[in-house]
Design a protein around this ligand. Sequence first.
Ligand code: NAD
Length: 446
Amino acid sequence: MTDKYTELVSHGLGKNVARKLGLPQPALLRRYKPGQALVTGPILVQGTTAEADGLAAALLSWDLDVRRHAVPREKLGAIILVLDELARPEDLEKPVLSAASSLRDLAPSARFITVSRPAAEAGNPPQAAARQGVDGFLRSLAKELRAGATANGILLAEGVPATSPSALGAVWFFLSGRSAFVDGQFLTITTAAGQLPADFDKPLAGKVAVVTGAARGIGAAIARTLHRDGATLVLVDIPAAGDHLARVANEVRGTALQLDVSRDDAGQRILDHAVQRHGRLDIVIHNAGITRDKLLANMDHSRWSSVLDINISSQLRINEALLASEHFGGSPRVVSVASTSGIAGNRGQTNYAASKGGVMGMVRATAPLLSARGGTINAVAPGFIETEMTARIPFAVREVGRRLNSLQQGGQPSDVAEAIAFLASDAAGGINGDVLRVCGQNLVGA
Ligand code: NAD
């Protein structure tokens, strides 16, 4: 699925015409390719705290070009603003305005990252105000950046250092082209657990992963991305999609399991297949999902129940089977696909939004159960992604959906897959019960 408009206004005559008419000119995003440099220029780490020093030293140890002070007119690949010791709202001004003076030096597709502490864990009202202020600041800045640049934040739970594996993992993810369509979002690092990969191009080496709904669309992209990152794959889809499923499985040298995830025994069938064919199961990606849109006034039993059953009840049943099994041990990872519809709501999608809201509620409540066995569960909430699902939306509605975000374009299935691959990796072992939106910062709704 392509966005022809973005291609047209990116070069030559189309670019000139769009500029003259004042039409949106979405940037061509810098997406990750193996071997690609992490960022396009030096990284300016701003902040005066011990955490800022530690983070700068850690990035230097990755052989990155790191600055502690801005060099006038030098093009920057990224600015990282460390704000972990805010005590009151007035503390924001100095570091924020100092970072502001370097904004014009950001290169195309540059990154702006804040590192701060969660407001919910603040010790007093002024500190909570300062911390929550970072949220509003960052989300507004993301809407101001241009040319494919993004702004995202990392929240370090109390006692978690900026140099913990998952804090560094999140910095790595936000800096890289893997997060090209993630904008205006926060990741919370809840614990100092996790481990950085020996090879950043193969963070899933040695892992066995199951992807549901893998015959096409986002699921097929997840399969390709996890394979690229080193995982061995089991791909699940309904028997009617068997031919497509076999094709994707061949491509990623995985095995295919024809299975309707809403069957009562789906969890056991997945476990049996993974263990018999590959000896273990480390990662489960709940991606299978359907839409049956209707205004609520016209909703019927079959539309409501099929969407709820496939999109959320099946995930609950499969998780129950996984958690009851000794084969899902070690440091197991679950990542579920939610949707921004489940956050902001969407006309005609009361059933779908209920199911996707359900996914996020389930993820938060299941997090302690996974952490008890050294694992994690998180969700990714895609916004408008260019797939067969969204290609069926009428043109005018589709154009609104794809342009009304800070990056003025729809995401690619690979953008969702990159976020999932990161959350499934050991580098994200300290992130649990979180929801990461991959939506280019949708302007509509939350
Ligand atoms: P898609 O319709 O292209 O693919 C979904 C796949 O799931 C299909 O291969 C289908 O056969 C499979 N599937 C459906 N029911 C199944 C079942 N009972 N058992 C096993 N497999 C089943 O959809 P997509 O756009 O790739 O969406 C993938 C996921 O992303 C879904 O959960 C969807 O809700 C979510 N999502 C998509 C978008 C978007 O813009 N496309 C946005 C937000 C969320």
